[in-house]
Design a protein around this ligand. Structure first.
Ligand SMILES: [Zn+2]
Length: 293
């Protein structure tokens, strides 16, 4: 059942667990995410990026998420979120298309520009009752790291707890993406979260904190981050890997096979299993309260 992100986060904040925000690109991945949430009675966030909008078109993919939430999700709460909107135009389009939350990512711009762009998005979204995620500090991926020549150099871009309260006040965002040691992509447990930094940010932030780049981070690190105040965790790469590896395996074994369902089915199930594992680690499994509309 599709609900506003606000409804999901109220319970997560009160009971101190994290909600998974999983990226989808098509029907199969959406089914996998929602089936996992139903299996484990967990609230979940389904999100799309600008690249996915280019690939699948905004309204069709948004409708896929809505209809899967309604017809597969049952009474399990599912929220629709726009991940990494780089421009006001993109954010506005998603607000108008009925998303309950949007991320405006102006984090690579100088602070004043970040605040101005984020404030503009908040102004527009809040008039429609839509939540906005801001980002303070820069979260890099592989390309960024090459530019920076390594993980050590990336540390200067971590979120500074001293600037958080002012950023929240100046922008009015509802959730905050923080840079605390994760990277975009799966780095097989090599990422080290800056746990004291998470605690310091959580102390001054009155909004749910979002951890990007949740793929490949060791469960023990994730659990510690949740204890210290992370309330939303983004996972994308691990789902892509599970889907693609399954496809390669099945296609390699069945070269004469032309029924799409025989290889998309196992790939979808592989993604579902990854999501289920995450929901257990995040502490959201079993938290979907029964309700009817
Ligand atoms: Zn991200």
């Amino acid at each position: 059942m599709l609900v506003p992100l606000k409804d999901i986060m109220q319970d997560a904040v009160r009971r101190r667990y994290a909600v998974g925000a999983f990226n989808t690109v098509n029907l199969e991945v959406t089914l996998a995410i929602v089936r996992a949430a139903v299996n484990l009675r967990s609230p979940v966030i389904v999100q799309i990026s600008e690249k996915t909008i280019k690939y699948a078109e905004l309204k069709p993919i948004a409708d896929v998420i809505r209809t899967v939430s309604r017809h597969v999700g049952g009474d399990v709460p599912v929220a629709l979120h726009f991940d990494h909107g780089r421009s006001f135009a993109a954010v506005r389009e998603c607000v108008d298309a009925g998303f309950s939350s949007v991320h405006i990512d102006a984090s690579e711009q100088p602070l004043e520009n970040n605040i101005a762009a984020t404030h503009q998005a908040v102004d527009y979204a809040h008039r429609a009752g839509v939540w906005v995620q801001g980002e303070l500090g820069v979260i890099f991926g592989k390309e960024g790291l090459t530019k920076l020549r390594g993980v050590a150099a990336a540390r200067q871009y971590l979120t500074d707890p001293a600037g958080v309260a002012e950023y929240l006040r100046a922008t009015g965002v509802d959730t905050l993406a923080v840079s605390v040691g994760t990277l975009h992509g799966a780095f097989r447990g090599r990422e080290r979260l800056d746990l004291p930094r998470i605690s310091a940010i959580a102390k001054v932030a009155k909004v749910p904190l979002v951890l990007h780049g949740g793929s490949g981070v060791a469960p023990v690190q994730i659990r510690a981050a949740v204890r210290r105040g992370i309330r939303i965790i983004n996972v994308d790469t691990e789902l892509r890997i599970a889907f693609t590896q399954s496809l390669r395996r099945t296609l390699g074994k069945q070269r004469g096979q032309y029924d799409l369902r025989t290889y998309l089915g196992p790939a979808t199930l592989a993604v579902q299993r990854v999501v289920e594992g995450k929901l257990k680690v995040f502490g959201s499994a079993g938290r979907a309260v029964s309700r009817s509309r």
